[in-house]
Ligand binder design. Structure first.
Ligand SMILES: *Cc1c(COP(=O)(O)O)cnc(C)c1O
Length: 403
């Protein structure tokens, strides 16, 4: 077989692919568990996990089996008809989230759009906000996806430049500032949409009690609280959902990424009947949403998280990893701060250390893949199946580069 080299593949991509990404110079041709391999056979520890979409590890055998078995039976019906997988998956996800109803989509951004539509429709039909006046409170440095409406309330110029005109109806307030939220609330406020930890912003963890405070503001003012758990959910931070670190019951849970087990895009919104009940036939939908193949994969993906107790694992391995990184911080002038929860960890560099990209590039050369977010932050988010020995091996490389 005439196998192309990494360099040849990167050259072809550079020519034929739109340049909307700036990847590290590594080509992945194979993967298993926490390991990925390039065409030349060099192996790397994956510490990005496709932005937390591969929490269960690459090609988990139980998830691949579910994919193959379902592919042999039925893949797509559209929801013009019932199929024999979606009802079972909907019930399973309802029981898992403790919410009465589920609306299935494919990508995270579609689930966020669904939550926005839900909050607005609920605002008009239930809260009785005047037509076209609904407001949703969102936060600076948020990341909720890439659609035109979602980038309308991004505060990252790169994400929104030259995409206007933008969708109105969003009020942006500083993250981790409850007073700012209280001030932003008015009679037209229908929802608050928040990331329990801001992953893309650089693993920004709010103060303890912040989510509780948001929940109280929402409750007091008849506002829906929507948590975007697309990156933080499915055991990444040491709980099934990150909001469970605080004793709250959000109205809307937005899920994606690891729900598809790193195999297939599956996203969903969960809420009770009094909220998701606002949708009527024809008012929203998706051709692939609720497709049998995705449902089978998602059910297996959930089973792996529960059977292998990956939440507990993320807590245990995360605190071990974070303590090692904090030890390193004491011994180097490069690291300003180590923060995170479970296995969602951000290492903030001193500006004097130079940009993060040079370190992610150096780590890649040593066989560890991770990605910078913004100029000064490195995110470490390995698959949750990682072991202590794997972390020790990774720390050796990290010490060589950041020590
Ligand atoms: C990745 C992500 C999204 C968007 O998901 P896509 O599948 O890329 O559309 C939305 N919100 C958060 C918090 C994310 O991390």
């Amino acid at each position: 077989m005439n196998k192309l080299s990494s360099q040849e593949l990167m050259d072809i991509e550079h020519q034929y692919s739109a340049h909307n990404y700036h990847p590290l110079e590594v080509v992945i041709a194979k993967a298993e568990g926490i390991w990925v391999e390039d065409p030349e056979g060099k192996r790397y520890i994956d510490m990005l996990s496709a932005y937390s979409a591969v929490n269960q590890g690459h090609r988990h055998p139980a998830i691949i089996k579910a994919l193959k078995d379902q592919a042999d039976i039925l893949t797509l019906t559209s929801r013009a008809f019932f199929n024999d997988r979606w009802p079972i998956f909907a019930k399973k996800l309802s029981e898992l989230t403790g919410k009465e109803m589920i609306l299935p989509m494919n990508t995270g951004a579609e689930a966020v759009e669904t939550a926005i539509k839900t909050m607005r429709k609920w605002g008009y039909l239930v809260k009785k906000v005047d037509a076209d006046k609904a407001e949703i409170i969102v936060f600076s440095d948020n990341f909720h996806g890439r659609t035109t409406t979602i980038v309308s309330f991004s505060t990252d110029p790169l994400a929104k430049d030259n995409y206007g005109p933008f969708t109105p109806g969003f009020k942006i307030v500083p993250y981790n500032d409850l007073k700012a939220v209280e001030k932003a609330v008015n009679n037209n406020t229908v929802g608050i949409m928040v990331e329990p930890i801001q992953g893309e912003a650089g693993v920004v963890v709010p103060d303890d009690g912040y989510l509780k405070g948001l929940s109280a503001i929402a409750g007091k003012n008849n506002i829906l609280l929507a948590v975007d758990e697309i990156q933080t959910g499915f055991c990444r931070t040491g709980k099934l959902f990150a909001y469970q670190h605080e004793d709250i019951d959000p109205d809307i849970i937005i899920m994606g990424k690891a729900l598809g087990g790193g195999v297939f895009p599956v996203s969903a919104v969960a809420a009770n009947q009094d909220v998701l009940g606002v949708f009527k036939p024809g008012s929203h939908g998706s051709t692939f949403g609720g497709n049998p193949l995705g449902c089978a994969v998602a059910m297996a993906s959930i089973d792996v998280l529960l059977d292998e107790k990956l939440a507990e694992r993320a807590t245990e391995m995360g605190s071990y990893f974070m303590s090692q990184l904090k030890d390193l911080q004491k011994k180097t002038t490069k690291i300003k701060l180590v923060r995170g929860k479970g296995l969602l960890i951000g290492v903030v560099l001193h500006e004097s250390a130079g940009k993060a990209r040079q370190y992610t590039t150096a780590l890649k050369a040593k066989g560890l893949l991770c990605k910078e977010t913004h100029d000064w932050i490195i995110r470490f988010a390995p698959p949750l199946v990682i072991t202590k020995a794997d972390i020790d091996a990774a720390m050796e490389k990290i010490r060589e580069v950041l020590g």
